[in-house]
Design a protein around this ligand. Structure first.
Ligand code: BDR
Ligand code: CA
Length: 316
């Protein structure tokens, strides 16, 4: 039986790469996209989500417009220097034909999950505001999702926005702390693993040469993202952030995980830092005490993940 998922997304080049992986995988039924700010502002995220389902020939997949600002901290900027002004590598895609549904992202999540208890996996690959709002609307959501697979955070490596914080978490640290402590089955696919998997220039050239229109599209939109990696990290390739979350849904055995409560710093110079308590044996109680354990991915079989991605994207 296929896994039903909702992807909460800020497309975003690697978001597009993740969404297309889901759409090319028979084990996954994509029941909706919900949108959020981050790589772009939410209205453009919604337009891009519509563009992606239309490109994939799946305009039937509902797109729900999400929150336009974090719960508490102001939204200062978006990552156009990483993803391009249009969020998809400045390739000037035509406007979408379709419209978002007349329901906010959080409401869509609540209604979809509650109508099919235990069947829906939420896969947030942007800031976690919509999930926090959905939990506030319907606290029983935590008991009715199948799983929550988060791309975000870093526990054994530095952040990618500053030494403390990863982008999706720093964009709404209060929401992230609620999501990690809500008592639902969360898996964190963070920089610990996503930085380990590199889509090299050679790998991308092979994808592009495959003759698959999806692979050619991914190659075209990802040139801007590749150049960001080269200019910033001297990397002749790209880190594999959002597609890793979909890879986890497809095959959790690609990853090695540990368990423990994760809290998020919400203030100060380390705001947005994700901190895992692997030990839970402190003498005195602390902010992790009594919080539910989540799964945190620490290692990945990158070779197998890249082979899976290539196989799915290149199939005609
Ligand atoms: C995350 O931040 C965004 O730029 C990417 O789309 C990904 O979700 C990586 O830190
Ligand atoms: Ca993203």
């Amino acid at each position: 039986m296929s896994k039903k998922i909702i992807i909460d997304t800020d497309p975003g080049i690697d978001d597009a790469m993740a969404i297309l992986l889901a759409l090319k995988s028979p084990e996954i039924e994509l029941v909706g996209l919900t949108t959020i700010f981050g790589n772009v502002y939410t209205p453009l995220a919604t337009q891009n989500a519509l563009r992606l389902v239309e490109f994939a020939g799946r305009p039937d997949i509902p797109v729900a417009h999400g929150a336009e600002a974090p719960l508490i901290t102001p939204l200062e900027a978006v990552a156009d220097f990483v993803h391009g002004r249009d969020g998809l590598g400045n390739v000037n895609l035509p406007p979408p034909q379709g419209q978002p549904i007349a329901k906010a992202a959080a409401q869509f999540m609540v209604e979809t999950v509650m109508a099919q208890p235990g069947e829906i996996t939420l896969v947030p690959i942007g800031p976690l505001t919509n999930l926090a709002l959905a939990l506030a609307l319907e606290p029983r959501l935590a008991d009715h999702v199948a799983e929550v697979v988060v791309m975000g955070g870093a526990v054994t490596v530095n952040g990618n926005v500053n030494p403390a914080a990863e982008a999706n978490i720093i964009n709404d640290p209060h929401a992230a702390d609620r999501v990690f402590t809500a008592g639902w089955p969360v898996t964190m696919v963070g920089l610990d693993v996503t930085l380990q998997t590199i889509m090299s220039d050679d790998y991308m050239a092979a994808l592009n040469a495959s003759g698959s229109p999806t692979a050619e599209f991914i190659y075209a939109i990802s040139r801007f993202y590749r150049d960001f990696h080269y200019d910033t990290h001297g990397l002749a390739g790209m880190h594999t952030h959002d597609p890793s979350a979909i890879a986890y849904v497809l095959d959790p055995t690609l990853f090695t995980t540990v368990r423990g409560p994760v809290r998020v710093a919400t203030e100060g110079i380390a705001a947005g830092q994700t901190l895992l308590d692997r030990f839970q044996n402190w003498r005195d109680s602390n902010p992790w005490t009594g919080q539910p354990a989540v799964n945190v991915c620490l290692e990945v079989d990158s070779e197998r993940l890249l082979a899976l991605y290539q196989q799915r994207i290149c199939q005609l």
